[in-house]
Write a protein that binds this ligand. Structure first.
Ligand SMILES: [Mn+2]
Length: 334
């Protein structure tokens, strides 16, 4: 049931023992939201545990607060009265974390994805929020939580990463205001940006150069796409962890409106990232292929398929979609 943020705050006050669950393939916002909400609840004198049922990429591990998050195994049998999912648009996004839910439904869900389906007893989702970490920050303000540098840093992580370090279109005045407050409380943006943006390894750069060989620019420069096959990952001794920044690089090409990256991982599964710059809503494209996300950033996974066939199918659909929606764009601006 969709409720107001104040209703969420009241429900949080009522709980005594909490389980916070993030999504699989965790990103900065997910990690930040799980850890921040866990710390916030503990500051209220509650018992709280944070869980992500997937591995957390190594380069986040050094940031203070990340080590608070536990894996699925550590929390089997943990008893709680209130469960909260963060940054997940539907139940499948929390992966095996769902096995910890008592009646298959979280008590509270907090999210900012456009494609959210509302799967909790109390749901708060609003795609006007740049990050779930922004929602968590507002909850803390409503609760009157006193921030220390650890909480400030981990809360800022999600705001920074989901706004592309304060440069995406979702970077509104509120984001800067909250970030300024967090820096005042001791958050270190240099530490966060260095951990997230400066962790390239030689094998990752080599993989990137192989991806560049697959780069295709199409539709008068409006559509760009590339792929990373299982074989490319394998021979460079990489996993999909090493591909995090690739789609952003494809989008950065001048004139490109839609960037698509296909990653075959594990074998016979294709994970697709969609990015747009200005006017195409790529969340619709992702939903068409069974995924979800935001207007400018979305994704989906297709299992048991051939990479080349999947690319052909998705690119064909993307072309049609861009033609349809560019037409609307020109109509609305003329
Ligand atoms: Mn997010």
């Amino acid at each position: 049931m969709l409720v107001q943020l104040d209703d969420i705050v009241e429900r949080l006050k009522k709980g005594k023992k909490f389980l916070i669950i993030g999504h699989i393939k965790p990103d900065g916002d997910d990690i930040s939201s799980v850890a921040s909400l866990t710390l916030i609840l503990r500051k209220m004198g509650k018992i709280a545990e944070g869980c992500i049922a997937d591995h957390i990429p190594w380069f986040y591990q050094d940031l203070e607060g990340v080590s608070e998050i536990k894996g699925l195994e550590e929390l089997k049998g943990y008893d709680y009265d209130t469960s909260v999912t963060v940054d997940a648009s539907e139940i499948s996004r929390i992966g095996d974390g769902a096995s910890l839910l008592k009646d298959g439904k979280p008590d509270i869900t907090l999210d900012h994805h456009r494609t959210n389906v509302g799967f909790g007893k109390l749901d708060f989702y609003d795609s006007n929020y740049a990050a779930t970490a922004v929602i968590v920050y507002e909850i803390a303000q409503k609760l009157g939580i006193e921030y220390d540098s650890k909480l400030a840093g981990i809360n800022l992580l999600g705001i920074a990463t989901d706004t592309g370090f304060f440069k995406y279109s979702n970077t509104d005045a509120k984001v800067f205001r909250y970030a300024a407050n967090l820096v005042e409380k001791g958050a270190n943006i240099q530490k966060i940006s260095s951990a997230v943006l400066e962790h390239q390894t030689l094998k990752e750069l080599k993989l990137f150069s192989e991806m560049l060989n697959t780069l295709t620019v199409d539709m008068d420069g409006k559509l760009a796409w590339a792929y990373v096959s299982y074989g490319m990952l394998d021979r460079n001794n990489c996993t999909d962890d090493e591909t995090g920044g690739f789609v952003g690089e494809v989008r950065s090409i001048y004139g490109v409106e839609v960037a698509i990256l296909f990653i075959e991982w594990p074998k016979n599964q294709v994970n697709i990232s969609f990015r747009s710059k200005d006017y195409i809503d790529v969340s619709e494209l992702a939903v068409y292929f069974g995924g979800g996300g935001h207007i400018r950033a979305s994704g989906c996974s297709i299992k048991e398929v051939d990479l080349k066939e999947t690319i052909d199918k998705v690119i064909k659909k993307a072309r049609e979609f861009i033609i349809e929606n560019s037409h609307d764009q020109f109509k609305s601006t003329s």
